[in-house]
Write a protein that binds this ligand. Structure first.
Ligand code: CA
Length: 235
């Protein structure tokens, strides 16, 4: 597993490298966004630890440019942000990052988040699972998700890894009510640290991509006081 660390502060970059190498990952370090883009082109990493505040191209721009490239199997992106307020802004922007970590973080927290992301990728690789409902098809093997909602044209949904896994989870059991803890367990495993409301943020982002009117969702419903459920007819 190859990890690209994009961080302009040498001490933090070394700490990340040290932490992840102890976990058995191979690490490369870039100090700025442009170098990061060429490093990705040189050799596609499995995961990128991407600092938000970088000289030149910042983390948001790097993320956007990576996600624009069609046909490339996307590396997972773990975004590092400096403050609590910043993370709300960043998540609101639909950057395409798969997960976020707020500085200062502990090495243990970082290792857990990285393991959770890569474990998902391993789990997906071993799966051959297709979920169908009346209006959606998700293929875990191909990592493709499609919405079929006439009269709208059939649409391949452009989802981050996390959004993809969230939609797959919903489609695996239509009608089931999920609380946040259960969804966290599905998405991050029991290594999760942090605030449960991160689930709400990712649900909001997924709704923007699957619902016709995200403010009045017809598929991903809020169950007040509990969590969420996905409703759609059977295919
Ligand atoms: Ca920085």
């Amino acid at each position: 597993m190859d990890i690209l660390i994009v961080e302009d502060e040498p001490e933090i970059a070394r700490l990340i490298q040290h932490t992840l190498e102890k976990e058995g990952f191979t690490c490369r370090i870039c100090r700025d966004g442009l170098n990061a883009l060429s490093a990705v082109q040189e050799q596609l990493p499995d995961l990128i630890v991407l600092d938000l505040m970088l000289p030149g191209l910042d983390g948001l721009e790097v993320c956007a440019r990576l996600r624009q490239k069609p046909g490339v199997k996307d590396p997972y992106i773990l975004m590092l942000t400096a403050r609590g307020e910043e993370i709300d802004r960043v998540i609101g922007l639909s950057t395409g990052a798969d997960d976020y970590l707020v500085k200062p973080f502990s090495p243990r927290e970082l290792a857990a988040r990285v393991r959770a992301l890569l474990r998902r990728s391993l789990r997906q690789a071993g799966q051959s699972q297709v979920y169908r409902t009346e209006h959606f098809v998700v293929d875990a093997d191909q990592r493709s998700a499609c919405r079929l909602l006439p009269p709208h044209p059939a649409e391949n949904l452009d989802l981050t890894a996390l959004e993809f896994n969230l939609l797959s989870t919903f489609l695996s059991q239509p009608g089931r009510v999920w609380n946040r803890t259960q969804l966290i367990d599905k998405l991050w495993g029991n290594d999760f640290f942090g605030d449960e409301r991160v689930v709400d943020t990712h649900v909001a982002r997924l709704r923007k991509k699957v619902e016709i009117d995200p403010a009045n969702p017809t598929f991903i419903k809020t169950v007040v006081g509990v969590g969420y459920k996905f409703e759609d007819g059977t295919a």
